[in-house]
Design a protein around this ligand. Structure first.
Ligand code: SF4
Length: 80
């Protein structure tokens, strides 16, 4: 499972931070940060979801009001 984070779209509501510890607050930027991610495009970050953290990753994606977080299983987009 893989998660992508569109940091440009993020509006810093920090709902995701409460759901998954891999998202942390960058209060200076007013954006979340996806810990352990690699840059995958223009202000786009991605990482594999560690085993056992799939539920938390999907919840983080579900609670984002602007759909800045996308979860993929193989190549299939599963959330949102
Ligand atoms: S919930 Fe969405 S908008 Fe809010 S900090 Fe997380 S990624 Fe950004």
């Amino acid at each position: 499972m893989r998660v992508e984070f569109d940091r440009d779209t993020c509006i810093g509501m920090f709902n995701c931070v409460a759901e998954w510890e891999k998202f942390v607050e960058d209060t200076d930027a007013g954006k979340a940060t996806l810990v352990g991610s690699d840059e995958a495009g223009d202000d786009l970050y991605a990482r594999e979801v560690p085993e056992g953290e799939e539920f938390e990753a999907k919840m983080a994606a579900r609670v984002c009001p602007v759909d800045a977080i996308t979860v993929y299983d193989d190549d299939d987009q599963i959330v949102p």
